[in-house]
Write a protein that binds this ligand. Structure first.
Ligand code: AHR
Length: 790
């Protein structure tokens, strides 16, 4: 067997890598409110409501101190501090409770205080009747004992802002902030706030230090924000409680920012608003990539009429002015007034998240045209929908091309096997605009297995930087006690931060991105290894299923596609609902399945499962899908559904559909009423001997080689450096081994791993300037060869 050899052609000029690896920040999983945004009081202005979450009310996270008969908590509407947050709290005392007042228990799990650390309290307060009452504000531990307190005399009958600094006398978990009236019998409160004094860069209204530092450590080239579905789900009326995310609601005095429904079933104060996002990007030297809605809510199919788009387009232009305009401009002066005279240097702007349907495609071009006209230098990001292929995906790309977008945002959440077998997805993409932005992706779980698959995929993203301009993992942050979506890169509770192994991979790739691709080639005799054979993937049973619906399947016929023979079925008519009904055990691998489907009851749709091996490994054709909005061909691997092709589709009740599923070779087709509706080619699931990419960091003058070995055996190879002068180099080595992954004891289901780091001296031998290296099994390695490597 020939020796393995990696040849790195350092003398050749490669494509610029640009802003390839970044992060995506969306307030889901309490990522911002209750997370990165350091405010410790939940429901600080008493605005929570059932619109945000069915269990919410205006006193969510607040508790009475004192007897129920003696202390009344009354949330009122009207003369609050700001009309934008119209509620406030009146506390009335009518008895002799030992203590009378109210406490805030913070976010999930209670407030966490650290001994010796300072906390900044502020609150608006007034005495509705007589003045001169006294209020004792305290930090309390879980046993309700004070660990810091301060007394205020409340002098005013109108809103007065009181503020103080506390130092926690002990470390306490599950704590609270207590407001106790010590003299007088009524008092009113609004905008009750508590921040740790230590925030990221010491900013007031700032970010939680440990979380922001974890993000800074990544060294992302960009930050995509503020969503996600967060951006495009909600009412089109910016004043509505459930409005879409509108950036102008998020800047200016906190009191004026309406605390609203967050579409991830909680409430967002908007305290972390656009100004704070821009500041954070600047602080961590990442480029901001704001995403704005396109006057269309795909979830509820709400669309602004085309002849009323103007204010939405203006809002988009105003954002650019807010970021980049000088002080003489209207919005530039607003930014300057907030304390930032210099422009933020916005380069990218996204319109839309993963909208499907004509509603988006009709509106998007108007936005592009207007931005182009006024700000030709801005790079506009379009979208291709929530899946990696199918009708919506194609139409999304076409719309972006036609309207002249610069980049297209693709999203996919798939199994590790999908990532491994799709590493060449972008090889054939052209090196011209629109380029690709992989704006959301993750491989199934917070595990070494998934992280390694992501790493292999990232080597390919870097190698395809002629076509792929940006990529970011999603979602980024998750509070342990409030999970909307997983996996997530970073987990936390009110005290701790847990960097998943997926985070470590992202960090390696971001910290060692480099700015120019360097060509590298692998010569090996080793063959690709099949992870699962096509035959095994296609083998299994066939079932019918009603998705929260009762569905009648009739005229069922099954053929062996290889022989053309009809296969005997005990039932040619099946009624299915929530329990899948077996049609055929162990069907042939190549089939033609014909049937009619009629939804009798329900609102979602139905599925035909095939190649069913077990409940976690199977394929299906789904009709209705999410919110009865699509049809898709899906391969499920170890419980992770990989949506291979998706089209818009709405199952109409009591309408009979004539359907056909063809599976032959690697081709999968779905036919509806005699027409080909969707199709997909099943990519071979193969693992390559290793995955590698090289780049150059010009400023540091370093050559960076990233290698991912997915095999269960080490990969020993020569590494030849073409066109280098020296014979000896210092090399920083970063190594992540799957065998070092372990579940975090406080964050069940989340694996973490230490990255080993050492510096070695590499000696190049002989005239072909080669050194030997052994890449351990199941590992990610970064070799950073230093000093004059260019
Ligand atoms: O990242 C979580 C969600 O996934 C995003 O909000 C959305 O864009 C996607 O569906």
């Amino acid at each position: 067997m020939k020796e393995n050899l990696i040849t790195i052609k350092t003398g050749q000029k490669g494509s610029p890598i640009g802003d390839l690896f970044g992060i995506f920040l969306e307030d889901l999983n309490h990522a911002a409110d209750g997370g990165l945004y350091a405010e410790m009081v939940q429901n600080r202005s008493f605005e929570f409501s059932g619109t945000d979450h069915p269990s919410y009310h205006s006193l969510t996270a607040w508790e009475r101190i004192g007897q129920e008969q003696e202390v009344t908590l009354d949330v009122r509407e009207g003369e609050a501090v700001s009309e934008k947050n119209p509620h406030y709290l009146r506390v009335e005392i009518s008895g002799r409770s030992r203590e009378a007042g109210v406490r805030n228990t913070g976010f999930e799990g209670g407030m966490h205080f650290q001994k010796g650390k300072k906390y900044l309290f502020s609150c608006y307060v007034r005495c509705p009747e007589t003045v001169g009452h006294t209020l004792c504000v305290s930090l309390r531990n879980a046993a309700d004992l004070e660990i810091a307190h301060k007394e205020f005399t409340v002098k005013a009958a109108s809103w007065d802002k009181i503020e103080c600094e506390f130092m926690a006398g002990e470390t306490a978990a599950g704590g609270s902030l207590a407001l106790v009236i010590t003299k007088g019998n009524s008092m009113e409160f609004d905008f009750v706030s508590l921040f740790p004094q230590e925030t990221f860069r010491g900013r007031r209204n700032g970010l939680r230090l440990d979380l922001a530092e974890a993000l800074e450590e990544l060294k992302p080239r960009f930050v995509r924000f503020p969503g996600g579905c967060l951006v495009h789900d909600g009412s089109l009326d910016e004043n509505a409680r459930d409005s879409l995310y509108r950036w102008k609601n998020t800047v200016g005095p906190l009191e004026e920012r309406p605390a609203r429904r967050n579409n991830w079933r909680y409430n967002q104060t908007l305290g972390l608003g656009y100004y704070e996002y821009f500041l954070f990007c600047e602080d961590i030297s990442a480029k901001p990539v704001p995403i704005l809605p396109a006057a269309y809510d795909p979830h509820h199919k709400r669309a602004v009429p085309l002849d009323e788009l103007e204010p939405w387009i203006q809002e988009t232009l105003d954002l650019i002015e807010f970021a980049n305009g000088d002080e003489t401009t209207k919005w530039g002066s607003v930014r300057a007034g907030l304390g930032h005279r210099e422009p933020f240097g916005l380069e990218y702007l996204g319109i839309g998240n993963e909208e499907v349907g004509e509603g988006f495609r009709e509106r998007f071009p108007y936005f592009v045209k207007a931005v182009r006209r006024k700000y030709p230098e801005i790079k506009i990001v379009g979208i291709s929908g929530p899946f990696c292929g199918g009708g919506e995906y194609e139409m999304g790309w076409e719309c972006a091309r036609q309207s002249g977008a610069d980049i297209v945002d693709e999203h996919y959440y798939m199994a590790p096997e999908w990532f491994i077998s799709n590493v060449h997805r972008y090889d054939s993409f052209g090196g011209e605009s629109p380029y690709v932005f992989v704006g959301e992706y993750a491989a199934g779980s917070n595990s070494g297995k998934s992280a390694l698959a992501e790493a292999a995929y990232m080597t390919a993203l870097q190698n395809d930087c002629h076509a792929v301009k940006m990529a970011c993992y999603a979602p980024l942050l998750c509070h342990r006690e409030y999970e909307n979506w997983k996996p997530d890169m970073v987990w936390f509770d009110n005290d701790k931060v847990c960097r998943s192994v997926n985070y470590e991979v992202q960090k390696l790739f971001m910290n060692h991105q480099g700015d120019e691709l360097v060509s590298c080639e692998l010569q090996t005799d080793m063959e690709n290894e099949e992870l699962i054979t096509l035959e095994a993937r296609k083998q299994g049973d066939i079932y019918f299923w009603g998705d929260e619906a009762r569905v009648l399947f009739t005229e069922i016929e099954l053929y062996d596609e290889d022989t053309g023979e009809s296969i005997f079925l005990p039932d040619t008519e099946v009624m299915a609902d929530k329990i899948p009904v077996l049609l055929k055990e162990n069907a042939p691998q190549n089939i033609r399945l014909k049937f009619h489907a009629l939804e009798i009851e329900g609102f979602k749709g139905f599925r035909v499962y095939f190649a069913w091996k077990n409940e976690k490994n199977r394929m299906y054709w789904v009709f209705g899908g999410w919110e009865n909005q699509d049809a898709a061909l899906v391969e499920e691997i170890d419980g992770k559904g990989c949506f291979l092709s998706q089209n818009q589709f709405h199952v109409e009740k009591e309408r009979e559909y004539a359907l056909e599923l063809h599976m032959s070779g690697s081709r999968l087709e779905g036919w509806i009423d005699g027409e080909l509706f969707q199709s997909v080619t099943l990519m071979p699931m193969e693992m390559e001997p290793i995955y590698l990419t090289a780049s150059r960091d010009r400023a540091a003058s370093d050559l960076i080689l990233k290698v991912v070995n997915l095999k269960n055996e080490p990969f020993e190879t020569g590494i030849k450096l073409q066109d280098v002068e020296g014979t000896e180099y210092q090399c920083d080595v970063y190594l992540l081994l799957e065998e070092n992954c372990a579940e975090h004891s406080d964050f069940p289901g989340v694996e973490t791993a230490e990255v080993n780091q050492e510096t070695k001296t590499v000696e190049l031998n002989g005239s072909d300037k080669k050194f030997m290296w052994r890449f351990p099994e199941r590992s990610v390695t970064i070799l950073r060869l230093k000093n004059n490597m260019i």
